[in-house]
Design a protein around this ligand. Structure first.
Ligand SMILES: Nc1ncnc2c1ncn2[C@@H]1O[C@H](COP(=O)(O)OP(=O)(O)OP(=O)(O)O)[C@@H](O)[C@H]1O
Length: 232
């Protein structure tokens, strides 16, 4: 089963008078309920690709389909609604709201999804427990370590039970020991929730955990590695 299909996707950025190609004719499929890593050097186009998959940005050419839904067929309101219900995001810089506690940060997407208060509390407690932060619920982000902040961000990304979780270099700002613990945690949650995870990373520890790896260079795919042995 395919969770994500990219078909002839291209994206360019306008810099002054010139268009700089960031992605050219990207076509591949991401398997559902797998852990896929987008791997490539700095500037190869990983963040741009994740933003297109997540509907944060739109391609200049080609199509992105999530569970069969063509994102281009959705207007901006429908797209943000689709994102809120179906997709969880984890960022390199955690992107927690600094004035909200760990509990409130995780609760935030549930408020947007209009989940009733009692169900929200239960879900947030369950998630903070799952990421090992039950005792830090009342802490603000600046009262947490980097690894703890990223664990809050993971809990927040999973709160609304998305089927697709996208993470942009989630271990880039963590020391290697903390980064490995975060990957193990995400791997466990991915298996438990049967969600599809797509990460961008050039961290070998992240790559080693992947089911599938998509290698990108200069905005184009150079290889797709399926860990069940098939090489495309
Ligand atoms: N807003 C922008 N305006 C102009 N050019 C951009 C913009 N964002 C990205 N680019 C260019 O597009 C290309 C791809 O960038 P992207 O951020 O997707 O790469 P990346 O693989 O995620 O890099 P990194 O690992 O350093 O985050 C790069 O050449 C970059 O300079």
């Amino acid at each position: 089963m395919q969770a994500v299909v990219l078909d002839g996707v291209g994206k360019q950025y306008r810099l002054g008078q010139v268009d700089v190609p960031a992605l050219t004719d990207i076509g591949f499929e991401i398997r559902a309920q797998r852990f896929t890593v987008l791997s490539g050097p700095s500037g190869s186009g990983k963040t741009t690709l994740l933003n297109l998959i997540g509907g944060i940005d739109r391609p200049d050419s080609g199509r992105v389909l999530i569970d069969g839904q063509d994102l281009d067929a959705l207007d901006d309101d429908a797209l943000s609604d689709f994102r809120a219900r179906r997709i969880g995001f984890i960022f390199q810089n955690f992107n927690l709201l600094p004035v909200l506690t760990a509990f409130e940060n995780v609760e935030y997407p549930l408020l947007l999804a209009r989940v009733p208060a009692a169900a929200r509390r239960e879900r947030v407690r369950e998630l903070l427990d799952a990421v090992g932060l039950a005792d830090k619920a009342g802490n603000l982000p600046n009262q947490l370590s980097g690894g703890q902040r990223q664990r809050v961000a993971i809990a927040r990304a999973l709160a609304a039970r998305p089927t697709l979780v996208l993470a942009d270099e989630p271990t880039a700002n963590l020391d290697s020991h903390t980064g490995e613990a975060i990957i193990a945690l995400m791997r466990r949650i991915q298996r438990e929730q049967q969600a599809t995870f797509v990460f961008s990373s050039h961290d070998p520890a992240v790559l080693a955990e992947a089911d599938d790896a998509v290698h990108i260079r200069d905005g184009a795919i150079t290889a797709i590695e399926r860990r069940d042995g098939v090489m495309a």
